[in-house]
Design a protein around this ligand. Structure first.
Ligand code: ITT
Length: 200
């Protein structure tokens, strides 16, 4: 791929770090939307893919550049899929990662040990321009167990309570490279890059 400039439609520093790190190996120049003063939009969709498209369209419209957006979250089947698309605002509009984490821990406590399966979900889209009628779409899922004792300093959001039985640690205890290799975001982004390579 030759050099391509793409705006990353995210204001979440954790996501921007992970995505930029993974794309640094490709010939893609990523500019985060905050550098271009793109204001956040309301995530009014009822699915990850709808919200990802809303974010990418907004960034592309305001910058004139193609855009990548990530909509992601954590789901617990025992909580009927919550927090799901509401993961970033689980403890209320504008809630901090800490407040969201605390609320989810309170919801997990009453669950029996064998009903704490969780999955991280990521849907990533690429829009060539704001009116692109055929965005490229890729998704990734990462299975784990939700725990009530936070552990680890890496990552962001719900990582300290996402336990990985195969690795005997939480995703906040993985190195950034190891997390990218295993994560929902890593899977989605590798799939998106494969689609982009067909295109560039
Ligand atoms: P942007 O919309 O600006 O990208 P956001 O944080 O609002 O940022 P989302 O609406 O997609 O993004 O919400 C994602 C939520 O899911 C947020 O609360 C994260 O903490 C959580 N989340 C997503 N991926 C995660 C990961 O890899 N590790 C921990 N938490 C994650």
């Amino acid at each position: 791929m030759s050099e391509h400039r793409i705006v990353l439609a995210s204001n979440n520093p954790g996501k921007v770090r992970e995505i930029s790190e993974m794309l640094s190996r490709e010939s893609i120049e990523i500019i985060s939307q905050s550098e271009l003063k793109v204001p956040e939009i309301e995530e009014t969709g009822l699915s990850f893919v709808e919200n990802a498209i809303l974010k990418a369209r907004n960034a592309s419209r305001l910058t004139g550049l193609p855009a990548i957006a990530d909509d992601s979250g954590i789901e617990l089947p025992a909580l009927n899929g919550r927090p799901g698309i509401y993961s970033a605002r689980y403890a209320g509009e504008g809630a901090t990662d800490e407040a969201n984490l605390k609320k989810l821990i309170e919801d997990i406590r009453p669950l029996p040990e064998n009903q704490r399966e969780a999955q991280f979900v990521c849907v990533m889209v690429y829009m060539r321009h704001a009116e692109d009628p055929v965005p490229l779409i890729a998704q990734g899922i990462w299975q784990g167990i939700a725990v009530t004792e936070p552990r680890g300093e890496n990552g962001f959001g719900y990582d300290p309570i996402f336990y990985l039985p195969d690795n005997l640690c939480t995703s906040a205890e993985l190195s950034p490279e190891h997390k990218n290799n295993l994560s929902h975001r890593g899977k989605a982004l590798r799939r998106l890059v494969n689609l982009l390579k067909l295109e560039f």
